[in-house]
Design a protein around this ligand. Sequence first.
Ligand code: DC
Length: 221
Amino acid sequence: MAFNIAIDGPAGAGKSTIAKTLAAQMGFVYVDTGAMYRAMAYYFLQQGIAKEDEAAITAAVDGADVTIRYEDGAQQVYLNGENVTGFLRTEQVGNMASNTSVYPAVRRKLVALQQKLAETTDVIMDGRDIGTCVLPDAQVKIYLTASVETRAKRRFDELVAKGGTPDLKQIEADIEERDYRDMHREMSPLVQAKDAVLVDSSALGIDEVVAEIRAVVKRKL
Ligand code: DC
């Protein structure tokens, strides 16, 4: 059986940075499930479907073939044969993903794909429902979080580094709204699994978080 590490937590907690670093150190495959929800959301945007239109989204799910490939060790997301990885990390796509990931038809399709990936491969998978729903038997479960202020400041710095002039208060408000939606949806809301280890990265650097998680993994190996 494969060894699976599940990392869940809210937007901006550092899940992907930490999971990528751990995967590289341990020789595991990193699976970014948020990118899969984003690829679906990108498809709905392309089709001009409104985020509230559950019937249209449910009908459209079958037309979106999302597949994952690894090229030079990095996850690439393909939508109907086209590599869409470079289009997924915008606020527009992120918000559409948060809104459309509430629909059962979307979740059912992507959860099945995620479970298949983890069946035969040692993975570090990050998302919102990995420890609670996708991989309930994962050997290691981490709930990685940080305060809203810390997460907003990290996002702010990222945008400034890209030459933008972001509004910190607006970023905080967006993060709070996204947290609320991800934590209060009916199907598989973001919640800490009972057997997950809580790691708060507010006052920790990347290396410290990685070391903390490696210590948890070591106890399970
Ligand atoms: O991690 P991210 O920001 O790329 O995720 C985008 C959205 O996708 C997030 O707001 C909620 C949804 N998502 C989810 O519902 N379940 C997951 N396992 C991963 C992401």
